[in-house]
Write a protein that binds this ligand. Structure first.
Ligand SMILES: Nc1ncnc2c1ncn2[C@@H]1O[C@H](COP(=O)(O)OP(=O)(O)O)[C@@H](O)[C@H]1O
Ligand SMILES: [Mg+2]
Length: 586
C-alpha cells in the first residue's frame, strides 16, 4: 500500500510513537481475544454438547471474559488514536501555515488561493482520516488476516488453503484499484481547489459581480465547475463500487467452497463438527477485514493524493530567507542605496528594472514618478525584500539588505501599498500589526498624521472589527489606516506606494502637511502621481521603462524633461486610481 509517498507523514506520526505502540498492542490483544472465542465454541461443541461432558459454565465464563476484554481494548484503541490523529493533523496544518509565510510573494501570485485553502482544509482532513482510521485498520486487518489464516491452516490445512487461494484475485484487483483510484482522487481534490477559488473570488468580488450584473454568468460558471467535480467524483465512485463488489463476492464464493468441503470432511469423519463450526466462525472473522479493505485502500489513496498536494507546497524552496551569518542591524541611520539594480519577475524574463542607481540620504524624501507599468511598485517591493534583486544590490547604511536578518530589515523599513490590505480584526490590531507594543498615544499620533481620526468614531472605536480586507471601509479610509500602520512603528525608512491615490484632494492636503513633518526625520521613498505629493519630496526620480532617466527637483524636471511633464500633466486631466465615487465616499 505504498503509493504516492504516503510515508512522508512519518515524521508527523513519530511523536505519537508510544500511543501507536499501545494502540497496536491493544489491537493485538483484542484480536487474540476475539479469535479465541471460536476455539472455545469448538471446545463447547466437542465437549459438553456432543459428548455430554461437564465444563460448560467455565467455558461460557471464559467466552464472556474474552468479550469484555475485547471491548475494553477497543475503547482504549479508539481513544488513543483519536488524539494522535487530530494531533498529526494540527501539526501538519501549523507547519503548512508557517511554510506559507516563508514563501516568496511570487509563489502566492502563482498559486490560486483556493488551491491553498483546500489543501489546508480538505486535504488535511483526508490525512487525519487516514492516520486515524485507515492506517490502523490497515495494520489491524493485516494482523487479523495473518493470524486468522494461520489458525485456519492449523485447524484444517486443505480448507485453509482455499482461504489463501481466495486472496489472489483480491490482490490483483486491489493493485489495479490502487493505481486508478489515486489519479481519480487527485483530480477530485484539484477540482475542489478550483471550486474553492471560485467561491472565494465571488465573495471578495461581490461588488464587481453585482455592479456588472454578472451573477447569472458567475452562477453558471460555478455550476459548470461543480458539475465537472461531480463527474470526476463519479469516476471515483464507480472505481470504488467495482472493487467493493469484488471484495464482497470473493469471500462468499470461498465460504461456499468451505461449507461444501467441510460438510464432506465431517461426514467422512476427517473433521469434527466442532472443528467445522470453529473453522467457519473464524473464516467469517475475515469477511469484514476483506470487505473493509476497499474502504481502507480508498482512504489511503485519497490521503496519498492529499499528501502529494500538501508536499508540493512544502517542497517549494523559500528563496527569500536569512542568509547564514545574516546580521541583525540594531541601529539604523537610514541611508538607502540602489546600486545598479536590475530585476525581472521570472528567470530569463523581461527586465522590469535595469541599471537603477539611486542614493537616498538619511532623512531625505525622494519621490518616484513614472508612467503606469514603469516599475515603481516593483522597485519599492525590493526594499523590504518581497522579492530579491536580480542584479546589483540594495544597501542600507552600507549593508547589502540580503546580509541583514529579515526581522531587522522589516523593523527599520515600513511599507504602505497602493492597494491596502486590512485583516479581519479590530482597527487597533490592524494598526499595531508591525508594532505590537505601540502605546495609545503613539496610535493616536499615527492616526492624526494619516488623517485617520475617523477610526475613533467607528461604532466601537478602535475595537471595531473591519471586515475581510476592510470592505466595510471606503478605499480612502483603508489607505489612511494603512498609512497610519506604516508610520506607527516610527521606521527609519518609509516606503509608500502612492499612499493617497484614493484620498480626496482636500484630505490629501492635510495628510501631506502631517507627512511633511514626519518625513523630516525619516528616509522616505514615495511613489507619487500628483504634483502636490511630489512637492513633499526633496528630490524626484523619474522612472521610465524600468530605468531612472532623470533625478532632480520637481521644478528642474518639469522644465528639462518632457516625459516627466507629460506623466504629471496626464494625471491632472485623468486621475489614476479608483473611480471618483470611491474617493468622495471618504
Ligand atoms: N507579479 C508580477 N509578475 C510579472 N510581471 C509583473 C508583476 N508585477 C508587475 N509586473 C510587470 O512589471 C512591470 C512594472 O510593474 P509595476 O512595478 O507594477 O509598475 P507601476 O507600479 O509603475 O505601475 C509591468 O510591465 C508589469 O506588467
Ligand atoms: Mg504601481
Amino acid at each position: 500500500m505504498r503509493g504516492g509517498g504516503i510515508w512522508r507523514v512519518r515524521p508527523y506520526v513519530r511523536p505519537y510513537r508510544t500511543q501507536m505502540l499501545v494502540m497496536l498492542a491493544s489491537a493485538a490483544g483484542a484480536l487474540v481475544a476475539v479469535s479465541t472465542v471460536p476455539l472455545v465454541t469448538e471446545a463447547v461443541i466437542n465437549g459438553p454438547i456432543v459428548h455430554h461432558r461437564g465444563g460448560l459454565v467455565p467455558l461460557a465464563a471464559l467466552a464472556l471474559a474474552l468479550g469484555v476484554g475485547e471491548g475494553i481494548l477497543l475503547f482504549v484503541r479508539r481513544w488513543i488514536l483519536g488524539r494522535a490523529a487530530t494531533g498529526v493533523e494540527a501539526d501538519i496544518r501549523n507547519d503548512l501555515y508557517a511554510k506559507l509565510q516563508t514563501l516568496p510573494v511570487s509563489f502566492h501570485e502563482r498559486w490560486q488561493s483556493g488551491q491553498l485553502l483546500s489543501r489546508a482544509t480538505t486535504d488535511l482532513t483526508l490525512i487525519r482520516i487516514f492516520v486515524g482510521y485507515g492506517l490502523i485498520y490497515l495494520v489491524v486487518n493485516t494482523m487479523t488476516f495473518v493470524y486468522v489464516v494461520a489458525l485456519l491452516l492449523h485447524l484444517d490445512v486443505r480448507l485453509g488453503l482455499v482461504t489463501v487461494a481466495a486472496a489472489v484475485p483480491i490482490m490483483i484487483t486491489g493493485a489495479r484499484f490502487r493505481r486508478d483510484y489515486h489519479s481519480a482522487s487527485r483530480r477530485v481534490q484539484d477540482q475542489q481547489g478550483d471550486l474553492t477559488t471560485i467561491i472565494e473570488e465571488a465573495a471578495l468580488g461581490i461588488r464587481v459581480i453585482k455592479a456588472f450584473g454578472r451573477h447569472a454568468v458567475e452562477g453558471a460558471r460555478f455550476a459548470s465547475m461543480a458539475r465537472t467535480l461531480q463527474s470526476s467524483s463519479m469516476v471515483a465512485v464507480r472505481l470504488r463500487a467495482r472493487f467493493f463488489a469484488t471484495l464482497g463476492l470473493v469471500p462468499n464464493l470461498a465460504l461456499a467452497a468451505i461449507v461444501l468441503g467441510g460438510g464432506w470432511a465431517v461426514s467422512d469423519h476427517v473433521m469434527t463438527l466442532g472443528g467445522l463450526v470453529a473453522f467457519v466462525t473464524l473464516f467469517l472473522m475475515l469477511v469484514w477485514p476483506v470487505e473493509s479493505l476497499g474502504e481502507i485502500m480508498a482512504i489511503a489513496q485519497e490521503a496519498s493524493a492529499a499528501i502529494e498536494r500538501i508536499w508540493e507546497v512544502f517542497d517549494t524552496p523559500p528563496d527569500i530567507a536569512d542568509r547564514p551569518g545574516a546580521v541583525d542591524l540594531d541601529r539604523c541611520e537610514g541611508r538607502l542605496r540602489f546600486e545598479n539594480v536590475g530585476f525581472s519577475y521570472s528567470e530569463g524574463g523581461r527586465r522590469v528594472l535595469a541599471g537603477v542607481d539611486l542614493e537616498v540620504a538619511p532623512g531625505e524624501t525622494v519621490a518616484i514618478v513614472g508612467a503606469t507599468a514603469s516599475g515603481k511598485t516593483t522597485l519599492l517591493s525590493l526594499v523590504s525584500r518581497l522579492a530579491d534583486v536580480t542584479d546589483g544590490r540594495i544597501a542600507i547604511d552600507g549593508h547589502d539588505i540580503r546580509d541583514m536578518t529579515l526581522a531587522s530589515l522589516r523593523r527599520h523599513v515600513a511599507v504602505a501599498f497602493e492597494d491596502p490590505t486590512l485583516f479581519s480584526a479590530s482597527v487597533r490590531e490592524n494598526l499595531t500589526f508591525g508594532a505590537p507594543d505601540a502605546t495609545d498615544a503613539e496610535i493616536d499620533a499615527a492616526l492624526d498624521a494619516a488623517q485617520a481620526r475617523f477610526a475613533h468614531h467607528l461604532p466601537w472605536g478602535l475595537d471595531t472589527r473591519v471586515g475581510e480586507q476592510g470592505l466595510s471601509l471606503s478605499g480612502g479610509q483603508r489607505q489612511r489606516l494603512a498609512l497610519a500602520r506604516a508610520i506607527l512603528g516610527r521606521p527609519r525608512i518609509l516606503v509608500l506606494d502612492d499612499p493617497l491615490s484614493a484620498v480626496d484632494v482636500h484630505t490629501e492636503a492635510k495628510v501631506e502637511a502631517a507627512l511633511a513633518r514626519l518625513l523630516e526625520r525619516t528616509t522616505a521613498l514615495v511613489v507619487a502621481h500628483r504634483p502636490s505629493t511630489v512637492a513633499l519630496a526633496d528630490r524626484v526620480a523619474f522612472l521610465d521603462g524600468g530605468r531612472i532617466v532623470a533625478t532632480g527637483s520637481h521644478h528642474e524636471l518639469l522644465s528639462t524633461v518632457p516625459g516627466y511633464r507629460a506623466v504629471l500633466a496626464q494625471d491632472v486631466e485623468a486621475p489614476a486610481g479608483p473611480p471618483a465615487w470611491e474617493a468622495t465616499a471618504v
